[in-house]
Design a protein around this ligand. Structure first.
Ligand code: PRP
Ligand code: URA
Length: 209
């Protein structure tokens, strides 16, 4: 079973409070999502491999470490996942970015695919799926399955807020995937929105409602 890691650093908790607040406008919301994503990237990449290299400081030769091993792929699930890309890229600038377009049909709540463009070599990359909200888990399960169907074999999921139902669904469907979240909230409401949550992440990021 994949692990579930709650990244409850005080800075993340503080920023999440303002992300949740309904009085936070789109500009500030975007900035905060970017900042939290950057902080999360730090923990999500904790297991990256390092290799030793020799360098020269102004004083002497020394051995030091750089990141090695598989390259990274960031995979935002459109639209709301886009809000997490810049923060992650700011400290993982060499990562390639693949996009998966999925929306949750408001009637059936099932994910509907409308776009997919991935790095050509995803089977050789550590993939990090980005979506601020893990509600029923339908979108994340479908997005991860997309990646696996196209050869992805090393996948992590990073969300800001998750419902227990979504975590369970991803764990059952993809037991090889570790899940990183800033908060596990209480429940889903009758419209499958996360409570207390933050509302509709895509609408709040892009000002569409
Ligand atoms: C939101 C969110 C997830 C999905 C979560 O996207 O960003 O992708 O819902 O719900 P689920 O876990 O029940 O599938 P939405 O479908 O609203 O599309 P958007 O990002 O384009 O706004
Ligand atoms: N999608 C969102 O944007 N918010 C939720 O609470 C659930 C799904």
């Amino acid at each position: 079973m994949g692990k579930v890691v709650v990244l409850d650093h005080p800075l993340i908790k503080h920023k999440l409070t303002f992300i949740r607040d309904k009085n936070t406008g789109s500009k500030e919301f975007r900035e905060l999502v970017k900042e939290v994503s950057m902080l999360m990237a730090y923990e999500v990449t904790r297991d990256l491999y390092l290799e030793e290299v020799e360098i020269e400081t102004p004083l002497t030769k020394t051995k030091s470490q750089i990141i090695s091993g598989k390259k990274l792929g960031l995979i935002p699930i459109l639209r709301a996942g886009l809000g997490m890309v810049d923060g992650m890229l700011s400290i993982l600038p060499a990562a390639k970015v693949g996009h998966i377009g999925l929306y949750r049909d408001p009637e059936t709540l099932k994910p509907v695919e409308y776009y997919c463009k991935l790095p050509y070599d995803i089977e050789e990359r550590d993939l990090i799926v980005l979506d601020p909200m893990l509600a029923t888990g339908g979108s994340a399960v479908a997005g991860i399955q997309f990646l696996k169907n196209r050869g992805g074999n090393s996948i992590k999921l990073v969300c800001l807020i998750a419902a227990p139902e979504g975590i369970e669904k991803v764990q059952n469907a993809h037991p090889d995937v570790d899940i990183f979240v800033a908060s596990i909230d209480e429940k889903l409401n009758e419209d499958a929105y996360i409570v207390p949550g933050l509302g509709d992440a895509g609408d709040r990021l892009f000002g569409t409602k």
